[in-house]
Design a protein around this ligand. Structure first.
Ligand SMILES: [Zn+2]
Length: 180
C-alpha cells in the first residue's frame, strides 16, 4: 500500500476541529487501486474532515474527467463527472467497514481514503454511458452489426425444432412409409 500513502488522513493528528485535503488523481492512481469501472482520467478531490463527538465526518467532493468504455461501440469515451459523498470514521480496536462507519485502529488513528475516493468517482458514472449521437467508432459499430446479424442466424436456433408439431410427425411418417 506504500504507493497510496499520500491518501492517508491522520485523524489523531488533527489539531483543529476540521481539516482539509486536496489531491488530483490520474492514471497512476487508477492503476494502483485497480478499479474495474475507471482506469484513466483526471479528477480533483477535495476532502474536508470534521471532528464530531466520537467520530470523524469525511466529506468528499470529486470533479473531473474519466475515460470509460462506451456501452455502444466499446471505444474509450471521456466523461465529465462530479460527486460528493460522506464517510464516517471512528477509532476502535480493529479495522472494520460495515458500510456506514469505518473503524480504524486507534493506536495509529490513520485512515487511508484511496479506495473511498475511487468509489465516489465510480459512483458518479451513470449506469449507461454512450458517445453522443454519431460519435461512436464507426468501424466498431459495423463489426458489431455484423456480429449481431450472425447471432440472429446461427446463434439462435429455431425454438420449435425440439418440440415437434404432431402434424409434422404424421407427415414424416407418411413420407417414410412412401419410401418403403
Ligand atoms: Zn461509442
Amino acid at each position: 500500500m506504500g504507493r497510496l500513502d499520500k491518501y492517508n488522513v491522520d485523524l489523531k493528528g488533527l489539531k483543529e476541529t476540521s481539516g482539509s485535503y486536496q489531491w488530483t488523481v490520474d492514471q497512476e492512481f487508477f492503476a494502483i487501486v485497480e478499479g474495474e469501472e475507471v482506469q484513466k482520467g483526471k479528477v480533483n478531490v477535495d476532502l474536508t474532515v470534521i471532528k464530531a463527538s466520537g467520530l470523524y465526518k469525511l466529506v468528499f467532493s470529486v470533479a473531473g474527467t474519466v475515460i470509460v468504455t462506451c456501452d455502444r461501440c466499446l471505444d474509450d469515451m471521456s466523461l465529465d463527472i462530479e460527486n460528493t459523498g460522506e464517510l464516517k470514521v471512528k477509532l476502535g480496536p480493529d479495522f472494520a467497514d460495515d458500510g456506514d462507519v469505518v473503524v480504524v485502529p486507534e493506536d495509529k488513528g490513520i485512515v487511508n481514503v484511496a479506495w473511498y475516493i475511487y468509489e465516489f468517482i465510480a459512483l458518479a458514472i451513470p449506469i449507461k454511458h454512450v458517445h453522443a449521437p454519431g460519435k461512436c467508432n464507426k468501424g466498431m459499430m459495423e463489426k458489431l452489426d455484423e456480429h449481431t446479424a450472425q447471432e440472429g442466424e446461427d446463434g439462435e436456433p429455431m425454438e420449435n425444432t425440439g418440440a415437434t408439431d404432431p402434424r409434422w410427425d404424421e407427415l414424416k411418417n407418411m413420407i417414410e412409409n412412401d419410401n418403403e
